[in-house]
Design a protein around this ligand. Structure first.
Ligand code: DLL
Length: 445
């Protein structure tokens, strides 16, 4: 049994702002429909692209009579934000917009999103509810190591934590030694950052004599990148904290779209603000609850930039079984992959998260890895570089070869493909202060 320093299940007091988390479902659906009608009308009246798409389908907002009718409406995609760059999807005049954020895409211009004062309030509330859901409250000292700036992570978590009444340390990302010093000297009880950066903090701390296990830190609010259950176990074992999954994306609001409660059974979607659907990525048709597909989200309250049926490219499923915490909000399965993270190697579809779970099944492997794809004489080659513990590295050549083979087998059983595994010394692979880059595809060059 895993020992942790603090058990948030014992503290079931919630902030009053969390009340919608517990709405009876019929009441929640009523609220969703009312909000949905208003937001669709708003987008129709103020966003040219949406108006045109509705008109092309011969539809008006009056055609939306039930929540199920939403499935008849057109999708919005990332490309729509790029094509209308920078302000083309705004539904409010600039004088009502009090904040802009942006997310850098992999190519070219970023996508830009806007918030009215009311939108910022909604965001603060969903972030407050997120932090409260994992047991944080007044008196907690929260080190916010998500990047401040155009990235939504820093400011999103910041305002939520302040509204909760916690003490916020707006340290932003980077400067690992300073992070560790602050964590220790300020008696930090909770941290917000990417899971991969927290692993880096654990490692660097150990190297400089700061063992997170010995500190008061008890909770991690981790998100912004895919991570696996095996990664959660490693984090909890190595640091003695409870690690919670928070999900969000710039286009919808930022962090705080969904958050795990103390039961750690998958993030609850704040359904009174974000309406979820799961669709088959290929056909666009809805999938039933429990079936895996692409998550599509509609913002129910956002004024400055309503998103109707936004295709997130994130793959998950919806669970409507009741949660032990008493929340009536449905949960999504942990998002371990994105439709566009997938790489195809020798015709086989592979996700980095599959490689991660395969590696972490083997003792001696550390959760730091990188996948390098090359092409040799027309054939795709996958090399997986993985860090191993110093103890393992000091072993005999035979032992190292044995480990390499075990890792390679584990990958082969998981994805059905051979990968060359290269063991590297601890702390050789480059660390990111934000989202980790797991795949280096050198085949296109
Ligand atoms: O990453 C917002 C955020 C900040 C979420 C801090 C959580 C914490 P973007 O930069 O727009 O926004 O990236 C959004 O990141 O579509 C997912 O693919 C991925 N993602 C975010 N949270 C998770 C998570 C922020 N908990 C994209 N698990 C999303 C898996 C996640 N993937």
């Amino acid at each position: 049994m895993l020992m942790t320093k603090y058990d948030a299940r014992k503290n079931r007091s919630f902030h009053p702002v969390s009340a919608p988390d517990f709405l009876p479902r019929p009441q929640l659906r009523e609220l969703q429909l009312r909000r949905l009608k208003a937001i669709v009308q708003r987008a129709y009246d103020h966003v040219g692209l949406f108006h045109k798409r509705m008109a092309d389908l011969g539809m008006t907002p009056e055609d939306l009579r039930t929540l199920e009718d939403l499935a008849k409406l057109p999708f919005t995609q990332k490309a729509d934000l790029r094509d209308t760059y920078p302000f083309g999807l705004f539904a409010s005049p600039m004088k009502e917009i009090v904040r802009l954020h942006a997310s850098s895409g992999t190519t070219g211009k970023p996508i830009v999103v806007a918030y009215t004062r009311q939108d910022l309030e909604v965001w603060t509330n969903v972030m407050l509810r997120s932090l409260s859901a994992c047991g944080l409250h007044e008196g907690d000292i929260i080190q916010n190591a998500y990047g401040y700036g155009l990235f939504t992570g820093g400011l999103g978590a910041h305002y939520g934590a302040e509204a909760l009444g916690a003490t916020v340390i707006p340290i932003s990302g980077g400067n690992t030694q300073r992070q560790l010093m602050v964590m220790k000297d300020f008696g930090v009880t909770a941290i917000c950052c990417t899971p991969s950066y927290f692993l880096h903090l654990i490692d660097q701390g150990a190297e400089s004599g700061i063992h997170i296990k010995d500190l008061p830190l008890h909770t991690g609010v981790f998100g912004a990148e895919p991570w696996t259950e095996s990664m959660r176990r490693r984090i909890e074992e190595d640091s003695g904290i409870k690690a919670y999954d928070i999900y969000g994306l710039t286009e919808i609001i930022g962090p705080g779209v969904a958050m795990e409660c103390v039961c750690q059974a998958g993030p609850h979607i704040f359904e009174d603000c974000f309406y979820p659907e799961i669709i088959d990525s290929k056909t666009g048709k809805p999938c039933p609850d429990g079936e895996e597909g692409e998550l599509v989200l509609t913002t129910l309250c956002k004024q400055a930039m309503p998103m109707i049926r936004y295709r997130t490219r994130d793959i998950t499923s919806l669970a409507d079984e009741p949660c032990e915490c008493g929340r009536t909000l449905r949960r999504i399965k942990r998002i371990s992959r994105r439709a566009d993270d997938m790489f195809i190697i020798r015709g086989v579809n592979v996700f980095p998260s599959q490689i991660e779970s395969a590696l972490l099944k083997v003792e001696g492997a550390l959760p730091h890895y990188q996948i390098i794809l090359t092409r040799e004489r027309g054939l795709d080659v996958m090399e997986v570089q993985v860090e191993v513990t110093s103890a393992v590295f000091g072993d005999t050549v035979g032992a190292l070869e044995g480990l390499q083979e075990k890792l390679s087998k584990s990958i082969e059983t998981t994805v059905g493909l051979h990968a060359t595994v290269r063991l590297v010394q601890p702390r050789t692979l480059q660390r990111s202060e934000g989202k980790a880059k797991r795949v280096l595809d050198q085949r296109k060059m």
